[in-house]
Design a binder for this molecule. Sequence first.
Ligand code: SF4
Length: 383
Amino acid sequence: MRDANPFTEWIVKVAQPCNLACDHCYVYELRDRTWRHKPPVMAAVTADRLSRRIAEHARQHALPRVRVTLHGGEPLLAGPSRIERLLESLKRELRGTAECDTSLQSNATLLNPSWMDLFRRHGVSVGVSLDGGREANDRHRRARNGRGSHAAVQRGLELLRRPENKALFAGLLCTVDLANPPLDVYEALLAHEPPAVNFLLPHATWEHPPPGHDPMRTPYANWLLAVFDRWYTAPRQETRVRLFEDLMDLALGGAVRSESTGLADTDFLVVESDGTIELSDSLKATRDGGAATGLDIFAHDFDTAARHPVVADARRGGLTALSDVCRGCEVVRLCGGGLRAHRFHPRTGFANPSVYCADLRVLTTRIRDRVVADAAELLGSAS
Ligand code: SF4
């Protein structure tokens, strides 16, 4: 067996609950129920052990830099003192070993000036989940009482965009909904001046296909390409869009490390509030316990996790991890079979093309052809 690449990123579930109840949430609204048995917040002893484990892994692999993303549920529900304690523990353990880029993925509804003071002190950047303007966002992103979250998110974003905080604004994460017109969504996101935007396809499997799924049509590709065309032809860069940039890099022969495009191994793990080590949250869309590994940071270091067959299998890139159909596909180097969770079928496991296959084929082909043609023209005019 080849040696696994080290992990360089940890997604840390500092809080399990969420103050919203978005109906497309892959943690709480799909197949997984393991969160019910986990502590609502990460205890100090777990946070300390996590920091030591990350530092140990960084030392063993001479990693100059690691990334830690504070996640939930809604991570701000962990409270400022618990979060600050974790940040200090990471700093202490990693001192002299590796730099730590820390970020937080939040719905931003609970952001306030004292949170921003804390994040400025510790250099924590903040990514915000937002699905577009009020109507688009509130279609799914609502509180338990049905009230939309857009107004509260907007307040959080205004705080984040103040001059003293702007450098910590990491960007917006938007889940695609075909009911929302793509350019309206994109423009509503741009109104917040995000340095970066990323688009997520709704988590789905062959057993539970996404809304509007029809292998003979490509509605998700059409939606994304409408945004791509606008973004790519804008007279000046409006924002970065990771999905598009990754596909462009891959089209031009570059290497990209992403769980949703390309053929590279993934390099991250999830650590839950009880210290259990899990795979990507997206696998929670496949079945109850779909992201579980049976490992935890008290009993296992991250090298042990890397060698564990469940982990090794889930993070493996390359063609051998894919179905015969994907291996023979013209765009496999860009598409990579899509997100692993989206390949799942209860009978055949992950040995399938993505449930978004038709969309991914059109999306990757169109972006590749456009970018390669433009690069060739540029080279031609320069010679
Ligand atoms: S487009 Fe479809 S067949 Fe091709 S790599 Fe992607 S999922 Fe596999």
